[in-house]
Write a protein that binds this ligand. Structure first.
Ligand code: G3H
Ligand code: ZN
Length: 291
């Protein structure tokens, strides 16, 4: 079922677990996430990037996610979120299309400009009961990079995070605490910074760059109060590796479904594992249906 993100986050916060926010790129990945949610009885956030919107189209994505949420994930709650929205028009289109949450990522701008832009998005989004995620201290790395060691992973400044949250009144907050997009050998979580943020900021915290972070660190981050964990690269890798393997073995295949079906299973497997790790498995009961 399709729900508002606030219902998922409220329950996660109350019960000390994290919800996976999974980046989808096509129908197969939407089905894989929904099937994993059903299998593990878990809530889930399905999130789309601006590049996913360019690839699939906003209306097709919105309809696919809501139809799959209603008809495949019948008894488990799924929320739809825009990830790393940078373009004002795109954000408003998502709000109007029925997303219950949008991320305005102006973290590359100077703090005062980030705050001003985020405030404007909050004003429009809140008028339509849509949640807003803000970001402080840009999270580096690229979603499809799985090989390199990053030169430097910059961290957010505690006072900037506090100031940003107070001024913008965002509903969820992302900040650079040592992870990066993609899978990198030197990704880390700086727990002293996470703890300091959680001590001062009660806004639900979103961990970006979840792929490539050790399970033990993810578990500890959830204990420290992380409520949403973004996973993108792991799903892209599962899809591509599986598709390449199947295609190499089935060079004479003429039915695309026989090539693509295993990719759904591959994504379902990865997502199910994350749901168990995040503690969201078995937690599908806590949310209300969106009205
Ligand atoms: O916004 C999406 C993410 O932060 C995903 O990061 O590709 O490292 O899992 P990841
Ligand atoms: Zn991210």
């Amino acid at each position: 079922m399709l729900v508002h993100i606030k219902d998922l986050v409220k329950d996660a916060k109350k019960n000390g677990y994290a919800i996976g926010a999974f980046n989808i790129t096509n129908l197969e990945s939407v089905l894989g996430v929904a099937q994993a949610a059903v299998k593990t009885n878990s809530p889930a956030i399905i999130q789309v990037s601006e590049s996913a919107i360019r690839y699939m189209g906003l209306k097709p994505i919105t309809h696919i996610v809501s139809t799959v949420a209603k008809n495949v994930a019948t008894n488990v709650p799924i929320a739809l979120h825009l990830d790393h929205g940078t373009n004002f028009d795109n954000i408003f289109e998502c709000i109007n299309a029925g997303f219950s949450s949008v991320h305005i990522d102006a973290s590359n701008l100077p703090l005062d400009e980030n705050i001003n832009l985020t405030k404007q998005v909050v004003k429009v989004a809140h008028a339509k009961h849509v949640w807003v995620q803000g970001e402080v201290g840009a999270i580096v790395g690229s979603h499809d990079d799985i090989t390199s060691k990053l030169k430097k992973i910059p961290l957010a400044k505690l006072d900037e995070v506090i100031n940003f949250v107070i001024q913008t009144k965002v509903d969820t907050i992302a900040a650079a605490i040592g992870t990066a997009h993609g899978v990198h050998a030197n990704e880390n979580i700086v727990f002293s910074l996470l703890k300091a943020i959680k001590d001062k900021v009660k806004t639900p915290f979103v961990l970006h760059g979840g792929s490539g972070v050790l399970d033990a660190k993810i578990k500890k981050a959830i204990k420290e109060g992380v409520n949403i964990i973004n996973i993108g690269t792991d799903l892209k890798v599962a899809f591509c590796r599986t598709l390449i393997e199947v295609c190499l073995k089935s060079r004479e295949e003429t039915d695309p479904r026989n090539l693509l079906k295993p990719t759904i299973a591959a994504i379902k497997k990865v997502v199910s594992g994350k749901m168990k790790l995040f503690g969201s498995a078995g937690r599908a009961g806590g949310s209300k249906i969106e009205t």
